[in-house]
Design a protein around this ligand. Sequence first.
Ligand code: 3PG
Ligand code: MG
Length: 391
Amino acid sequence: MAWKTLDDMDFAGKRALVRVDINVPVEDGKVTDTSRIERIAPTVDAIQAKGGKVILMAHFGRPKGQVVPEMSLEHIAPTVADVLGLPVTFVNGDYGDAVAAMEEDEVLLLENLRFNPGEEKNDAGFAKRLASLGDIYVNDAFSAAHRAHASTEAIAHLLPACAGRLMAEELGALEKALGTPERPVVAVVGGAKVSTKLDLLGNLVTKVDALVIGGGMANTFLAAQGIDVGKSLCEHDLADTAREIAQKAADAGCEILLPHDVVVAREFKAGAANEVVKVEDCPADAMILDAGPESVAHIVQVLERSKTLVWNGPLGAFEIEPFDAATNAAARMAAKLSKSGALISVAGGGDTVAALNKAGAADDFSYISTAGGAFLEWMEGKVLPGVAALG
Ligand code: 3PG
Ligand code: MG
């Protein structure tokens, strides 16, 4: 791999500027999921163990170059301190004094970078100002690497740069899943809309041996085959596109699996009266909310004969019971196969991780990415600017 890691750098007596992604979910002022903070701990520990000082740089939300007090990282700093088990000093405004006064084990956390309009513009001046605070640049924010921003792109050219532990781990896992995978490879792609995942599907059909399409997206593919999907979520205007993707898959020898039986209901709500029907028999006044048991059995068979799985998106309306059944069953089978060593499984995306957690399957997956948008763009075959800049 072309990028350097922490092992290639000498941190003794140096200040490391570490770009992290602590864009964590917050409800009523409380961080509800600390995963992204937990996952940067190995990088912070390694730099300190090598005698370096750590300055964390991050964004929060989308303040669009303005100071938005609710989006200050000051609110997150105590949680970062708790999770890292280190003194964390939040710094705002002129960083110079705080940087000069840093203690060995003290971690500095700079204010939300996106309060400065230069961040999202990948502004050279802002990058230079940030770079002046440290000696080495470490990017540990894979989940923000699809953004070409001052702290992810421009700065990497101004200081000796390397990937942090989490960045290296994410790239390694994705490479194993789609770069040079053990075959057969199956991809599970679900979610509401085909329109948001066109590039993803187009790239995957050329890379994987089987592609399971689920969720609302599957309806668009079924409708494109002339199946009446009733009141189901469906992008009818994408019928041609769906047929093109199916053709591309056929040309590449990728098997596409669409549901052949489905769970339908008249209302989109938890516990709604429902029935299992063949896809051809979806009633005109009903909507498809999940894949049916026969379809799940088929997905399970494909998982059993695969060596590698990449997963993005739920198979049904997993947020309302009982329409989480297909997602749960497939996730649990993938988890079981992964635990036994038969399958390498990689999953990413906010909804996906929520669905796998809900199924109790996430812990046994081989790798859970911290990334949403960056995971998708990587799977689309795109070059991530934050990764490219490290090369
Ligand atoms: C994320 O939460 O997906 C990353 O932090 C990137 O955030 P963004 O989509 O606002 O750039
Ligand atoms: Mg996002």
